[in-house]
Design a protein around this ligand. Structure first.
Ligand SMILES: [Zn+2]
Ligand SMILES: [Zn+2]
Length: 74
């Protein structure tokens, strides 16, 4: 388990509750889908731990992933 604590359900980017919670392939930090998507347009690294990431996992109806190159869930 990670030593980093994300106590509740607050997105580190917008500091609001998660909307369509998504997480990153490398560090599994959670963000709103649209927050991390916007963030990834500037730089593809985690706002929290600075690890570069390639994929945003978005768990909604089914598990799908979003490759940054494609920007669209296939
Ligand atoms: Zn957010
Ligand atoms: Zn992270």
């Amino acid at each position: 388990m990670s030593v980093e604590v994300s106590p509740d359900s607050k997105c580190p980017i917008c500091l609001d509750g998660f909307h369509n919670v998504s997480y990153l392939d490398r560090c599994l930090h959670k963000f709103c889908f649209r927050c991390i998507l916007e963030w990834s347009k500037n730089k593809a690294e985690c706002p929290l731990c600075k690890q570069p990431f390639n994929t945003i996992y978005h768990k909604k109806n089914s598990f799908c992933c979003l490759q940054l190159s494609a920007q669209i869930c296939r």
